[in-house]
Design a protein around this ligand. Structure first.
Ligand code: GLN
Length: 264
């Protein structure tokens, strides 16, 4: 069977979980398994080998975990269930961050780094000197693998939020856990495969923004910038914690990144 035909058959099977992305997911699955050309021949045995992956997807497990890697800001990242899957929404943080970097002001802290996607994108695309921190040792291990994969060297620090950070940075980027307990209760099936530690931001989802507001000045240089992703209903709650801050929208016109300038 030709790959293009197999792709249609796989897409049909994936429809119940992948919906309108079924075709795209089928194509990703085939490519990740070495079937790049639509006109390549796929044997019965080749097709059978994909079955367990399709079965996993049909349980609702997100495709990035099944493939073991995912693209973010055009770069490849290893992922598994110990880290949050990099989201296109977060690419907005990278774009805004890149605009703040200059050769003299390029010391970056990626706080709550997870897979390392934000900090590594800034190192690769902006020449940033990056420290990545997370409370999870698994996340730091993944960040280190991803830094190697993308050919950059970054420092990793295990830290409960800012507690173990003692450097001073020109830019802090942070995608903290920000789902509220109610969001956690009602979360989609796909989110149930992702680490709770990376998702839950306490009772109202704002726990880490409170900590950030209390502590960021200790690690942000004068004239520096703090960029933090927020959930789409959190703008008012977060802006109230950072007087003078502004909020930037994502491409879907939702307020998703809070920008804080340290003018002190
Ligand atoms: N972006 C994730 C979501 O859509 C949440 C990530 C986070 O808590 N930082 O649910």
């Amino acid at each position: 069977m030709m790959v293009r035909k197999a792709e249609r058959a796989i897409a049909e099977r994936l429809k119940p979980v992948a919906g309108e992305d079924a075709q795209l997911e089928a194509s990703f699955l085939l490519r990740a398994n070495g079937f790049h050309s639509p006109y390549q021949e796929l044997s019965e045995t080749d097709a059978k080998a994909l079955d367990p992956l399709i079965e996993r997807r049909l349980t609702g497990e997100p495709l990035p975990y099944i493939l073991g890697e995912w693209e973010f800001y055009g770069l490849p990242f290893y992922v598994d269930a110990r880290v949050l899957i990099p989201r296109p929404d977060t690419e907005r943080v990278v774009e805004l961050a890149l605009k703040t970097l200059t050769p003299e002001r390029n010391a970056v802290l990626d706080l709550c780094c997870g897979s390392g996607c934000i900090g590594i994108a800034l190192a690769v695309c902006g020449g940033a000197k990056v420290t990545a921190s997370d409370v999870s040792a698994d996340a730091l291990e993944m960040t280190e693998r991803n830094a190697r994969r993308n050919g950059v060297s970054i420092e990793t620090v295990r830290s409960d939020f800012l507690d173990g950070i003692d450097g001073m940075y020109d830019l802090i980027v942070c995608n903290p856990p920000y789902l509220s307990e109610a969001d956690m209760q009602n979360r989609d099936a796909a989110l149930r495969f992702e680490p709770e530690l990376a998702l839950c931001g306490g009772q109202d989802g704002l726990y880490f923004y409170h900590r950030l507001a209390e502590e960021y000045r200790r690690v942000l240089k004068p004239g520096g910038t703090l960029l933090t992703e927020i959930g789409m209903t959190q703008m008012d709650g977060v802006l109230a914690l950072f007087p003078g801050a502004e909020c930037v929208k994502d491409y879907g016109d939702r307020p998703r990144v809070v920008v804080v300038h340290n003018d002190d």
